[in-house]
Design a protein around this ligand. Structure first.
Ligand SMILES: Nc1ncnc2c1ncn2[C@@H]1O[C@H](COP(=O)(O)OP(=O)(O)O)[C@@H](O)[C@H]1O
Ligand SMILES: [Mg+2]
Length: 259
């Protein structure tokens, strides 16, 4: 296999006395969809925040394109091409799709101090990038709030791809969607992977993972239960691993522990 774009080695993350990650490893190769599975509280979000520079690991090593790296903040990770689409999409519903697509990176025209937002360029690129992801917008001025949840995910994904993501991290992109919209987002993931981008797809839905995943890492209470390769693990086996986690949570709850 090729050199991973990013490799997380034995990552631990403690918040005071809470051990959110107790030694998690995961590599992302170009063009693969690596699914990160685990029940609520397993540490998935903490792990990808560590991958994307939001958190510093308590211990462990992050390697980017084969070399150890420390992302001192989210900006540093973004500059290296780690793009993260969070559950609560950072979008402004009343603003247009195009404005959301370009937020903070608007194309300008003009010279010297007289620079203006280049609306035509922004609109044209937004329309064509969305079309490449399979969504034909009525018009680029359409407010993001009028899009479906799946379409909004696609705006965030198309934006990350356009701005040069090497790794695209998606935190539960399908968890709030219906069947058809889920299919659209899974389709989009497939398109992104085919561009050679590495995708980290976080989900607690085994069927969604199985639909697009090349490899599957299961987290349980901050620990890796292992990484499986497509074709070498069945939906039922993954489901069992996940369900094991659920039983643990129920047991904890009935014993009065925190989840
Ligand atoms: N900033 C934080 N401070 C303290 N504890 C946290 C923090 N972030 C996450 N945790 C804890 O870490 C564990 C893993 O949480 P999280 O990564 O959000 O899980 P998941 O995304 O798999 O649902 C949980 O017990 C959670 O309460
Ligand atoms: Mg989470």
């Amino acid at each position: 296999m090729s050199t991973p774009i990013i490799e997380m080695k034995n990552i631990e993350k403690h918040f005071g006395s809470v051990i959110a990650l107790a030694g998690v490893s995961l590599a992302v190769h170009p063009g693969e969809c690596h699914c990160l599975l685990g029940d609520n509280g397993a540490g998935k979000s903490t792990f990808i925040k560590t991958l994307s520079g939001v958190h510093q690991p308590t211990s462990g090593v992050v390697e980017f394109e084969g070399k150890p790296v420390v992302f001192k903040d989210a900006r540093a990770a973004i500059d290296s091409g780690i793009a993260t689409v969070y559950q609560d999409l950072a979008m402004i519903p009343l603003m247009s799709v195009a404005r959301n697509f370009w937020m903070g990176r608007e194309p300008r025209k003009g010279v010297g101090p007289l620079k203006f937002y280049d609306a035509k360029k922004a609109n044209d690129i937004t329309m064509s990038e969305m079309a490449r992801m399979g969504i034909n917008l009525r018009e680029p001025e359409q407010a993001v709030g009028t899009l479906s949840g799946g379409e909004r995910q696609t705006v965030a994904i198309a934006r990350a791809v356009y701005f040069g993501a090497k790794v695209l991290v998606l935190d539960e992109p399908t968890s709030a969607l219906g069947v058809r919209q889920t299919a659209n987002v899974l389709n989009t993931i497939d398109k992104v992977r085919n561009k050679g981008i590495g995708v980290v797809f976080i989900t607690h839905n085994v069927r969604h993972a199985m639909a697009v995943g090349d490899r599957f890492t299961v987290l349980n209470r901050g620990q890796t239960l292992g990484t499986a390769v497509r074709g070498e693990v069945s939906t039922e086996e993954l489901q069992d691993l996940m369900a094991g986690g659920q039983d643990m949570v129920k047991l904890e709850q009935s014993l009065g522990g925190t989840v």
